[in-house]
Design a protein around this ligand. Structure first.
Ligand code: NAD
Ligand code: GLY
Length: 364
């Protein structure tokens, strides 16, 4: 019995357009999988945590559509978002003589989704793939829009491709098994959409944060849908991030530095983004782009979401060096996504002195 009605959104990218379905019980619903590319073989890419929970159910559903449904369970965690782990997917495909029609199903959070998507982009120069995101973060962000990647020790998501999935299935029921810390990490990406695009959504999140943290399905359905709507519009306008799409990186310049500086996996991606949004809000205020009280509003919300708001005490020079490696940096100039009036984000540089002030003001 569905707790909430299933919602469907279209991501409009011409011949690469696809649907995002959001609802309860979708993993077992035959219509979730109908109309996808027909192929004899399918490979479920998951990890050692998610596979025992959900792979068998997905396998049963997919067995109606594919003659042979294979599985590979990757090591769990951001620390394994690397070449060696990616190769396990290619090993599974080649050992099983999978042809170029084989469909990959990414069953997991953003790490699995980004790696399975990158493997799909590369295997035989491209096979179809479907996103089945199982974390809140993946449902509101990483499964949508076609960014796929692995990390390099010198920088996050540095090796990858833009490659769109054929469908995204967001089953809200799978969030029931998500640890609280991971749910909070996902809330960071939900919060992100308010300041960059929709002040009314920011108000809604503030009012409904407790319901979201209690896994209220109606609240989750709205949060996932509104987040995906905003992301779909941005991606449709600028799929390959020539400019506008960078606004989805609010909080990420500081956040990626935290992740790389501490070593991947020490802070969760969403935790780093939450703290990074507080820092970027502080920088926006110091540049006079938002009222002085805005950073405190963001800090309160991020803290209420169960996320850290004090950055780790990395050496200042390390912060700057790591941020210069960010993909938005141009000719060595660090570029930030800043809030330029609530609901509007801009990508720009900032005087180094101000950036240093923010690092000092926001660090432990
Ligand atoms: P994750 O994939 O590591 O998942 C978090 C943890 O939750 C893992 O231990 C996982 O095994 C576990 N898990 C997943 N689903 C579960 C479930 N339903 N029940 C119990 N446990 C479950 O982390 P994430 O936060 O989902 O994703 C972070 C990654 O996403 C980062 O690598 C980040 O770079 C990437 N990302 C990509 C994009 C993009 O546009 N492609 C956007 C944002 C983030
Ligand atoms: N998560 C940022 C993007 O998809 O562009």
């Amino acid at each position: 019995m569905n707790a909430v009605p299933t919602r469907e959104l279209r991501i409009d990218l011409g011949e690469r357009s696809y649907d995002i379905r959001i609802g309860c019980g979708l993993l077992d619903a035959p219509e979730s999988w109908s109309g996808l590319p027909r192929a004899a073989q399918a490979l479920i890419v998951s990890n050692t945590t998610v596979a025992p929970l959900y792979a068998q159910r997905l396998h049963t559903a997919l067995a109606r559509h594919h003659e042979r449904v294979l599985q590979v369970a990757l090591h769990d965690g951001e620390a394994h978002k690397d070449w060696a782990t990616l190769n396990l997917i290619f090993d599974a495909l080649l050992e099983n003589e999978c042809d170029r029609r084989t469909v990959l199903y990414a069953l997991g959070g953003g790490v699995v989704g980004d790696m399975a998507g990158f493997a799909a982009a590369c295997y035989m120069r491209g096979v179809p793939f479907v996103q089945v995101p199982t974390t809140l973060l993946a449902q509101v962000d990483s499964s949508v829009g076609g960014k796929t990647a692995i990390n390099h020790p010198r920088g996050k998501n540095m090796i990858g491709a833009f490659y769109q999935p054929r469908r995204v299935i967001c089953d809200l029921d799978v969030l029931d098994t998500l640890p609280q810390r991971e749910l909070s990490a996902g809330l960071a990406e939900v919060i992100k959409y308010g300041p960059i695009a929709d002040p009314a959504f920011l108000d809604w999140i503030e009012a409904n944060l407790d319901a979201l943290r209690a896994l209220d399905k109606a609240a989750l359905s709205h949060a996932v849908r509104r987040s995906c709507e905003i992301k779909a519009a941005v991606v449709a306008a600028d799929e390959r991030e020539s400019d506008l799409r960078a606004i989805l990186n609010f909080g990420h310049t500081f956040g990626h530095a935290i992740e790389a500086g501490l070593g991947y996996g020490e802070w969760l991606h969403g935790e780093a983004v939450g703290c990074g949004m507080v820092m970027a809000s502080e920088l926006s205020a110091r540049l006079g782009l938002v009222p002085a009280e805005f950073p405190a509003r963001m800090r309160r919300l991020v803290e209420r979401a169960g996320l850290p708001v004090r950055a780790p005490a990395l050496p200042e020079e390390q912060w700057l060096a790591l941020m210069r490696l960010d993909k938005k940096a141009l000719s060595g100039e660090i570029r930030f996504v800043l809030i330029d009036g609530l609901g509007k984000a801009v990508q720009r540089g900032a005087p180094e002195g101000l950036v240093r002030e923010v690092i000092r003001a926001c660090s432990a």
